[in-house]
Ligand binder design. Structure first.
Ligand SMILES: C[S@@+](CC[C@H](N)C(=O)[O-])C[C@H]1O[C@@H](n2cnc3c(N)ncnc32)[C@H](O)[C@@H]1O
Length: 346
């Protein structure tokens, strides 16, 4: 065996080890969420390893390994023999809370077996979570279990982004917001709660409107948020009468030609002087990062027929081509977006 060269020139294997074992971290979190560990410890409750093992139906060894790993990952705090939720788990992993993030964990766990076959997707340029020979798109399955899992996951993901968007963009100037492909209603619910003068329309596929309707009614906003069943690929026009249009995590699902057509429809539907907001994980113009946007792009290979995470300058050129002016990017850091592009219809 050749000896390793001495001196400081050789890079460490540490980043490779972190990548090679990234799934250990994810699956530990997913198993703990699956077992409702953090929900059981919600509200500041402390419990010993034996107590938790009994509650979770686990033997001593696996319970000890799980609790030790969760503590090491910052998901639990340990004091003496007692385990408690860390501030992170207490805020985001207790089911039933507004900011519950466990839906994202379950949502990604759904895609985990598909990611196991990523090399196949790279070779075939085909999605892995659904079959394009029998289904129109990722979103078109009417299966109630999938609908529940997918849009609950999207809601967990988008609730935080919606809150941050509400802080970054001044919605005080808008009166009627159209959320195109609005999903569970996370954005409209958050933004209408924040701005009592705002009303909105959520435009999405019929089965998704049903999910959104339940969430909107549960938030007590049924009189201010309308759901409108539609298909932006097939409908000749988007609904009119709005002075702001939001596209959040919609454009990264589709190919360039479809996105340019959708942006033209947004331009036609928007009131003069109205604003377009495009919220996405944007790649930089050099396409060297950031990693969150680049890896979301790979996720689009696994989950969609033609989607990808695009670079900010690509979005800007399509937005200008559709007729919008004054496009600018405001950066922020959220789970499902690292910025919003805001542009105006003249
Ligand atoms: C990735 S999700 C984003 C949901 C939401 N905007 C958010 O950020 O939470 C994409 C959304 O586009 C919707 N969608 C897909 N195809 C559509 C179509 N042809 N017409 C209307 N909505 C569509 C999906 O149902 C889904 O809710």
């Amino acid at each position: 065996m050749t000896a390793a060269p001495s001196g400081g020139s050789r890079p460490s294997t540490a980043p490779l080890m972190a990548m090679a074992t990234g799934f250990w971290m994810f699956k530990t979190l997913a198993a703990a969420v699956d077992l409702a560990l953090f929900t059981r410890l919600g509200g500041g409750r402390g419990a010993t390893a034996d107590e938790l093992a009994a509650e979770l139906g686990l033997k001593e060894r696996p319970a000890d390994l799980l609790l030790t790993a969760c503590t090491a990952l910052g998901l639990l705090d340990k004091s003496g023999p007692h385990y408690r939720n860390s501030a992170l788990s207490e805020e985001f992993l207790v089911e039933g809370r507004d900011a519950y993030f466990g839906g994202v964990v379950r949502f990604n766990d759904r895609a985990y077996p598909a990611w196991h076959r990523l090399t196949d997707a790279l070779r075939a340029d085909r999605p892995l979570t659904w079959d394009p020979d029998t289904q129109e798109s990722l979103f078109s399955s009417g299966d109630p279990a999938f609908t529940e899992l997918f849009w609950n996951g999207m809601h967990s993901l988008s609730a935080e982004t919606a809150r941050i968007l509400g802080e970054e963009h001044d919605f005080a100037a808008h009166r009627r917001l159209l959320d195109v492909g609005g999903g569970s209603g996370a954005f409209l619910v958050e933004l209408c709660r924040r701005h009592p003068h705002l009303t909105g329309t959520l435009y999405d596929l019929p089965h998704v409107c049903e999910v959104a309707r339940r969430r909107i009614d549960a938030a007590g906003l049924g009189d201010r948020i309308t759901t409108l069943r539609g298909d932006f690929g097939r409908d000749a026009a988007l609904p009119g009468g709005h002075d702001a249009i939001l596209l959040s995590m919609v454009l990264h699902d589709w190919a360039e030609a479809e996105n340019r057509a959708l942006l033209r429809k947004c331009h036609e539907a928007l009131a003069p002087g109205g604003a377009l907001l495009v919220c996405e994980l944007l790649l930089n113009p050099e396409r060297t990062g950031p990693p969150g946007a680049a890896l979301m792009g790979v996720n689009m290979l696994v989950e969609t027929g033609a989607g990808r995470n695009y670079a900010e300058d690509e979005y800007l050129s399509w937005i200008r081509e559709a007729g919008f002016t004054g496009a600018e990017i405001r950066r922020f850091d959220a789970a499902s977006a690292n910025g919003v592009i805001v542009a105006r219809r003249r």
